[in-house]
Design a protein around this ligand. Structure first.
Ligand code: SF4
Length: 697
């Protein structure tokens, strides 16, 4: 009927934020977008406050609606799409001509759909011919990925469905705080007794049967101590170690010096509490060891996770139905993002870029010579650190990331971004990084696009569009094709239909460790639960996917898991006279990542409006700061101004800051660029700082 309102519409999709990927029903009626949780297994009708309020970001007042180009006056001004893309492609060609292909870098994101992550990697390697591509997932769980690959031969955050946790008797959470970061997960932990390792008394620790509070940076020592106690107390699963693993003896030798007493001296965790944790895990019929960012974001992050995996192996947990080890991946598509080709050292399907067979396979899918594919580039922080330096990239394209807030050593990273000849940012809001850009490209967001993501349990999910993007806004796939064509690539190499990209992605991942070749939009739309690997089957029934890995054997050629021998070492910097406290960073319930989205939601900013620092009352007294006042937190790299919160349960030597806030509230002004040699993970969780009242000059 002419003039009547469009009919109401509903789609089944998923929350735009964290890796739990809660299922939602999105409705659109009378101009309003509404969200209700669905019965999807991971959330079973629950959502956190971020999920409930996600539609607000769709209509945020400062939504980017047209390309912006920085003019001679230094201001960003509207430009047409053709003008903006012509300008970017022209500048990229000039820079490449003058400095070579590696003078152009690409920085992706763990929130990009599988299709975008895949096409971004292809664009970098074919259209730009650069090795300089990495993504913010490197900051998220790369150390756990390295440890899982080493131990099991493959990395899938949880090698079992989330719902399996509901059968557990005991769950050890090392540096994970799901009660705040992914609350619906907690309903799967209701039945289990929790052992929580965290220097803070988090909402998750509040629910723990045992809360171990290691000094920041000592989780690895604690894990070694727990391994020693497992053996000393006669809890080693000899049969499992003998029949399903290799390398126990070497790992055990490294744990030998970690007597319970020494472990207590170094970590601060009492012997009795160590012993109780081991007893609970060993007595449980079903038990899990899970790691989160608290254990992973260290310059020894991969070794720390390896130590926890060793503990899980010694107890005989991985590869058993109802028990295991897993990593609680953080970002919405942290899993898909790391296995589909936007990581510096990987090609799609979790293939390593320096593997000749992997290069041949991808070259065949892409219709190019393997020799033309670039090799491995530097990891995310190394890439950012090299921007604008001799031999480093002169131009950077950023898709779905806000490193000005989320990168470590953020003040330095901001300087490096400012030193570029060309910074291009594709985003849907003017993030802090977009505000620095020479060209800003406005792109569609979650409820306006089709695609797939892979959640923390390796389950491939459909994202569905409820709305068309606003006029003037394009999809990332369309942007990539627009740039690629201008750089001389054939248009058909860069499909703009997500389904078409997914079909290519299936071929690309076929035979890889993360094999999606048997997954299709049709199967997902029919409601099938497909966890990778899900290979295509030439004839007969389709592969059902693999919800549980390792039940019949681990992914190493001999089917056995590996103990990885690791040693404790100190954090890159420790508190001293001038900087007497540990600072550790993390997330709060109301915000997600750099806050670029959640800081635009009124209900969330009402809960957490500003940067804060948690500090023990004794430490506050010594520092001369008071509850509710402003404090300056200073490290060797920068200073943060934050509101003081006194927290009795915090260690007296430790302060905590959330990293979601911009400007001089950026917690990452404090963090440093020390990297884990195995994974490139930065040391987000340990910085040496002092706290002072803001009026101290
Ligand atoms: Fe679920 Fe995570 Fe979204 Fe919260 S942010 S609703 S836990 S997916």
């Amino acid at each position: 009927v002419p003039g009547s309102a469009p009919p109401p519409r509903t789609v089944h999709t998923h929350c735009p934020y964290c890796a739990l990927q809660c299922g939602t029903r999105l409705g659109h009626a009378l101009g309003e977008v509404t969200v209700t949780p669905s019965a999807f297994p991971v959330n079973q009708g629950g959502l956190c406050q971020k999920g409930w309020t996600a539609p607000e970001v769709l209509s945020t007042a400062d939504r980017l609606r047209e390309p912006l180009v920085r003019g001679a006056d230094g201001r960003l001004a509207p430009a047409g799409w053709d003008a903006a893309l012509d300008l970017v492609a022209g500048r990229l060609r000039e820079i490449r001509r003058a400095h070579g292909p590696d003078a152009v870098g690409v920085f992706g994101g763990g929130g990009l759909t599988n299709e975008k992550a895949y096409l971004l990697g292809k664009f970098a390697r074919l259209a730009l011919r650069t090795s300089r591509i990495d993504y913010n997932g490197r900051f998220c769980m790369s150390s756990a990925a390295a440890a899982s690959n080493a131990a099991f031969g493959v990395d899938r955050g949880l090698p079992f469905p989330v719902t399996d946790l509901g059968r557990a008797d005991v769950v050890l959470l090392a540096g994970a705080n799901p009660a705040e970061t992914m609350p619906p997960l907690m309903r799967h932990l209701d039945r289990a007794a929790l052992i929580v390792l965290d220097p803070r008394r988090t909402p998750t620790a509040e629910r723990a049967a045992v809360h171990l509070r290691p000094a920041p940076g000592t989780d690895l020592a604690l894990a070694l101590g727990l391994l020693q106690l497992t053996v000393l107390d006669g809890r080693l699963d000899h049969a499992f170690v003998r029949e399903r693993t290799n390398g126990f003896e070497a790992a055990w030798q490294r744990a030998l010096p970690w007597t319970p007493e020494r472990t207590e001296r170094v970590t601060g965790v009492p012997v009795a509490a160590q012993r109780e944790a081991v007893r609970m895990l060993a007595d449980a019929r079903r038990a899990y060891v899970l790691t989160g960012r608290g254990a992973e974001q260290h310059s020894k992050g991969a070794d720390t996770v390896s130590a926890f995996v060793n503990l899980a192996l010694a107890l005989g947990l991985p590869g058993r139905d109802g028990s295991g080890y897993g990593c609680l991946t953080g970002q919405g598509n942290g899993q898909g993002g790391r296995e589909l080709g936007q990581k510096a050292d990987q090609l799609p399907g979790y293939r390593m870029i320096d593997d000749p067979a992997a290069r041949e396979h991808m070259a065949a899918v892409w219709g190019v010579e393997a020799a033309a594919l670039p090799g491995a580039g530097p990891s995310a922080y190394e890439l950012l650190d090299s921007l604008g330096t001799a031999g480093g990239p002169r131009a950077l394209l950023v898709f779905g990331s806000n490193p000005v807030v989320s990168a470590p050593n953020a003040g330095h990273v901001t300087e490096r971004l400012a030193a570029l000849d060309l910074l291009v940012v594709a985003d849907f809001v003017p993030s802090e990084t977009a505000r620095m850009a020479d060209v800003v490209l406005p792109v569609a967001q979650w409820a306006e696009e089709e695609g797939t993501l892979t959640n923390l349990e390796g389950r491939v999910l459909r994202r569905r569009a409820l709305l068309a993007p606003p006029p003037g806004v394009r999809g990332d796939l369309e942007v990539l094709r627009g740039l690629a064509v201008r750089l001389g690539e054939p248009a058909e190499r860069y499909p703009v239909e997500p389904r078409e990209v997914f079909e290519e992605l299936r071929r690309a991942t076929a035979g890889g460790r993360a094999d999606y070749s048997g997954v299709s939009y049709e199967r997902l739309d029919a409601g099938e639960a497909l966890h990778w690997p899900c290979p295509v089957v030439p004839s007969g029934p389709a592969h059902p996917g693999t919800p549980r890995l390792f039940l019949d054997g681990f992914a190493h050629p001999d089917g056995r898991a590996r103990f990885v021998p690791v040693e404790h070492r100190d954090a890159a910097e420790l508190p001293g006279r001038d900087l007497p406290l540990y600072a550790t960073t993390g997330r709060v319930l109301a915000h997600y990542q750099s806050g670029a989205q959640t800081r635009r939601v009124a209900g969330l900013t009402a809960v957490e409006p500003e940067p804060f620092v948690e500090i023990h009352p004794d430490a506050a007294r010594r520092a001369g700061v008071t509850a509710g006042g402003l404090a300056r937190v200073v490290s060797a790299r920068g200073a943060v101004v934050a509101r003081v919160r006194l927290v009795e349960s915090l260690r007296t030597d430790t302060v905590f800051l959330p990293f979601h806030f911009p400007g001089d509230g950026r917690a990452n002004l404090l963090t440093g660029g020390a990297l884990d040699p195995r994974s490139g993970m930065p040391e987000f969780k340990v910085s040496a700082v002092r706290v002072e009242p803001v009026d101290v000059v």
